[in-house]
Design a protein around this ligand. Structure first.
Ligand code: ASP
Ligand code: MG
Length: 407
């Protein structure tokens, strides 16, 4: 009989200390059996990656990407070795590998490399020897034998890519929350755990601020249709399944409410209203590698209009500088910045067939005396940019208005 393979990924908080590593080891061995082989992917212990990053930035404001990958990849090497030791201590066979040792080949884009191929030979050999395989997440190697990392949160991507390469039956993502919620339970205590969510909804939620999984890993899972089970490493309870289509797809218009406080708003005033101006402004900003999100242009008065847009707070200073330069070149007025903004969004595949969701969102915010600064929509989401200090209130009101506590 062919053995089944399961891939289990444990995030940094699940292996933050020795007790937790022991807990993971227990859990892993409980899945290993005569009929099941287990591959475990681990992240670095707790906040190790942040700490390593901060060491580098104490030496340089622009550490070379190649050296950052040498540095950051060490975190996962520690956790995979420790977990192998803990599993052996329980009397089971286990072996740990780096990304390079299991043949995770990537392109050469340091710090956000893409996986090109995975050669599962070493893993299959270890399975033949009946060993539990532990792989360091978040890393790979280029054709020049340089170590790369897969972008922050990249252990999720390692897990999904291994699940695909090994044709695993299940890919479980263990974390410190017990699934995906209708909104952040710290803001709304009666938020509900979602049983099933689609890849598209999860992608939308991840890009709008829900921080459970790395967005790229969900894209890959979607492309190869690999169901993911997000669950807690501290309980046996079922978590949330991320799948192609959910059972109640048509009925539910809104699956969740997200809130993102990582953006800032820039306004460039009195921009001449003529063709080619927006192209100039946003061309300059994209040249700096800055991602612009929502853009709003006001109705012109006297052939001048104001343009507002949002950028990641981390890029605000760079973006302001670029906007000022281009602004003076095109004869525009002042450039204003506003850090006190938040994006509040509703997400749900059912929006494709339900109408009136946006209108109900605006009415709910109006009733809560919250002013909407900007609006943007996608096929399965509606977002409003509002004042950041009103964001929690907005999330609470929306969660209630769309009866998400009753799902
Ligand atoms: N340790 C890496 C990070 O913190 C990768 C991961 O956790 O998935 O981003
Ligand atoms: Mg981490």
């Amino acid at each position: 009989m062919e053995k089944e393979i399961i891939v289990q990924k444990f995030g940094g908080s699940s292996v933050a200390n020795i007790e937790r590593i022991k807990n993971v080891a227990q859990r892993v061995v409980s899945y290993k059996s005569k009929h099941t082989d287990v591959v475990v992917v681990v992240s670095a212990l707790g906040d190790t990656t942040d700490e390593l990053e901060s060491l580098a930035f104490q030496l340089s404001s622009t550490p070379p990407d190649r050296e950052m990958d040498m540095l950051l990849s060490t975190g996962e090497q520690i956790s995979c070795a420790l977990l192998a030791i803990a599993i052996k201590e329980l009397g089971h066979e286990a072996i740990s590998f780096t990304g390079r040792q299991v043949g995770i080949k990537t392109d050469k884009t340091h710090m956000k490399a893409r996986i090109i191929t995975i050669d599962g030979k070493r893993i299959n050999k270890a399975f033949k020897d009946d060993k539990i395989v532990i792989v360091a997440g978040y890393q790979g190697v280029t054709s020049d034998d340089d170590i790369t990392t897969l972008g922050r949160g990249g252990s999720d991507l390692t897990a999904v890519a291994l699940a695909k390469a090994l044709r695993a039956k299940v890919c479980e993502i263990y974390t410190d929350v017990d699934g995906i919620y209708t909104t952040d339970p710290r803001i709304v205590p009666d938020a509900r755990k979602i049983k099933q969510i689609t890849f598209d909804e999860m992608l939308e939620m991840a890009s709008l601020g829900a921080q459970v999984m790395q967005a790229r890993s969900i894209e890959v899972a979607k492309r190869f249709n690999i169901p993911l089970h997000v669950r807690s490493s501290f309980s046996k309870e079922e978590g949330t399944m991320i799948i192609k289509e959910t059972e109640k797809m048509e009925e539910i218009a809104v699956r969740g409410v997200t809130c993102n406080k990582t953006e800032a708003k820039i306004t460039i005033c009195s921009v001449p209203d003529k063709p080619g101006i927006a192209a100039k402004i946003f061309g300059e900003i994209s040249k700096q590698g800055i991602n612009v999100d929502t853009i709003v242009q006001n109705v012109p008065h006297d052939r001048l209009s104001d343009i507002s847009f949002t950028v990641p707070k981390a890029d605000l200073n760079k973006a302001i500088k670029a906007t000022q330069i281009i602004g003076s070149r095109i004869g525009a007025g002042e450039v204003l910045e506003d850090r006190n903004v938040a994006r509040v969004s509703l997400v749900g595949s059912g929006m494709r067939s339900h109408s009136g969701i946006a209108a109900r969102m605006f009415k709910t915010l109006a009733d809560a005396q919250i002013n909407i600064g900007m609006i943007s929509t996608s096929e399965i989401s509606v977002s409003c940019i509002i004042q950041q200090d009103l964001a929690d209130k907005a999330v609470k009101s929306l969660h209630k208005a769309f009866k998400l506590e009753q799902i």
